[in-house]
Design a protein around this ligand. Structure first.
Ligand code: BES
Ligand code: ZN
Ligand code: ZN
Length: 470
């Protein structure tokens, strides 16, 4: 589907938004007003259809309810927009007009993004998986840059969803690396991929311990978008890239394992954000780093009780082979800081079930060593609508990641989301750092009007705005 800003005569379907009792459009037939009031249209998420004879043709009006004006949120915009797309699909509409003339530029961005992400289905493996009937949507608005940015962000969210939704037999570490290379070529960022020997030569012992049980070799992926030569600032985005997580010898129960192809959701968010930054030609220096591998079970795997090293130099007691994400992340973060010389670093990861329990599926948990940097993320989240919530680093929690025989232990019984973050924080020194746990937000087991089952693309927009505005 493409979004167009030129105007088209003779469209048979027209999408209009409405608050409770008020249609948000210029030049619609007045009769719609009465229709809206009679049907109590305008309520949040409600779709009303009205066919109106204009000249020789019936125009199908689709009225999307946004609820009360004072309660408008990102979610209510996405919900209404998604319902509109579903209605157009049900009508098998090839094209339609969408009147956005009453919205400001921030709203237009979310509306356009919503049109794109709601049209997404992951049906490529189905014999009867049909493409969407919608070919073009003609939007009415003066905010043309907002249309462009909304479109780029929507498509970048879909990049992340596609990467997550591919099954793990297809989306191996090598396939993930290839996807990064391909998107780099499409959108103009540089990508370098290191294989097993190079990873070992870099001293990434923690990462290699996780990777070593799998027959699919690890790939270390480095993406570069360096578009501000005058600035010394370099942001590092480090994404967890476990293309599958069985838990290793600390094997996951079958229910928990079933969706673990999504354990590369953090890396999908980083790749999606790189696509958006490059397409919008954002004037910043940004690195994306992914230590991609698979956490499998085999005679060559690491064991509970092992003591291993790390690139940063600290030794780690393996309490659980299922707390593998942090082991891959610490070596990637260490590389970003020491070798790429990033001045700020963000890691984003489907890291703990504890985060899902604490904050649910709508909010990303955050741990940070820097108030100002956290504030910047919070500001990004107000623009994107992707919720974040910061967890504390109290001294007592720091004690939990220590071990008798080694410098650190890789899992704790309590405060799981916080100690996972603190563990990674042990490898960042004074570099301003944010840890984003998207275990709850990156996957949805139930679809709604703007999210299909599976990957959500969580994190793409927050990373994009964080990079762009700081
Ligand atoms: N990939 C999982 C975390 C996860 C759980 C992501 C549910 C998405 C949904 C991670 O590697 C893991 O297994 N974490 C353990 C940590 C524990 C051993 C300290 C967990 O959450 O149980
Ligand atoms: Zn795990
Ligand atoms: Zn994992």
């Amino acid at each position: 589907m493409i979004i167009r800003v030129d105007q088209q005569e003779g469209l048979k379907a027209q999408v209009l938004y409405a608050y409770e009792g008020e249609i948000l459009s210029n030049g619609y037939p007045q009769v719609l007003d009465q229709f809206l009031k009679a049907t109590e249209g305008g309520k949040s998420g409600k779709v009303n259809k009205y066919a109106h004879l204009e000249g020789d043709d019936f125009i199908q009006y689709i009225l999307l309810g946004l609820g009360k004006k004072e309660d408008l949120t990102h979610t209510s915009i996405l919900k209404a927009t998604g319902s509109g797309i579903k209605a157009l699909k049900a009508m098998k509409a090839k094209e339609a007009g969408v009147d956005l003339s009453s919205f400001d530029q921030d709203q237009v961005k979310i509306l356009v993004e919503g049109l794109i992400i709601s049209d997404y289905d992951f049906n490529k493996y189905k014999e009867k998986g049909e493409p969407s009937p919608i070919e073009s949507l003609y939007v009415t608005t003066d905010h043309l840059t907002a249309v462009e940015e909304g479109q780029v962000l929507g498509q970048s969210v879909l990049v992340a969803r596609d990467l997550v939704n591919e099954p793990a037999n297809v989306m191996t570490p090598a396939a993930l690396a290839q996807a990064a290379v391909d998107y780099g070529k499409d959108f103009g960022f540089q990508v370098e991929v290191l294989d097993r020997e190079a990873i070992e030569a870099l001293g990434m012992e923690a990462y290699m311990n996780v990777a070593k049980a799998s027959e699919n070799p690890p790939k270390f992926i480095i993406m570069k978008w360096l578009n501000d030569p005058e600035s010394d600032e370099r942001l590092g985005l480090v994404g967890k890239g476990l293309t599958f997580d069985t838990g290793g010898y600390s094997l996951k129960p079958k229910e928990g394992m079933l969706t673990m192809k999504s354990d590369m959701g953090g890396s999908a968010a980083v790749i999606g954000a790189m696509c958006a930054l490059a397409q919008m030609k954002v004037k910043k220096n940004v690195y994306g780093v992914i230590a991609a591998c698979e956490n499998m079970v085999s005679g060559g795997g690491y064991r509970p009780g092992d003591i291993i090293g790390s690139r940063g130099g600290k030794s780690i007691f393996i309490n659980s082979t299922d707390a593998e994400g942090r082991l891959t992340l610490i070596d990637a973060v260490d590389y970003a800081i020491k070798d790429l010389k990033v001045t700020k670093v963000v890691d984003i990861a489907t890291l703990t079930g504890a985060c899902l329990v604490a904050l649910g599926t709508t909010t990303t948990g955050v741990v940070s060593n820097n108030d100002a940097f956290y504030k910047a993320l919070e500001e990004a989240s107000f623009i994107s609508g992707e919720r974040v919530w910061r967890m504390p680093i109290f001294p007592e929690y720091k004690e939990l990641v220590k071990h008798e025989d080694a410098d650190l232990i890789n899992s704790t019984r309590m405060a799981g989301m916080i100690t996972a973050g603190i563990f990674i924080g042990e490898f960042v020194g004074d570099t301003p750092w944010l840890h984003m746990d998207i275990a709850g937000t990156s996957w949805t087991g139930s679809k709604n009007s703007y999210q299909s089952y599976g990957g959500t693309g969580a994190g793409v927009k927050n990373l994009y705005y964080l990079a762009k505005n700081n």
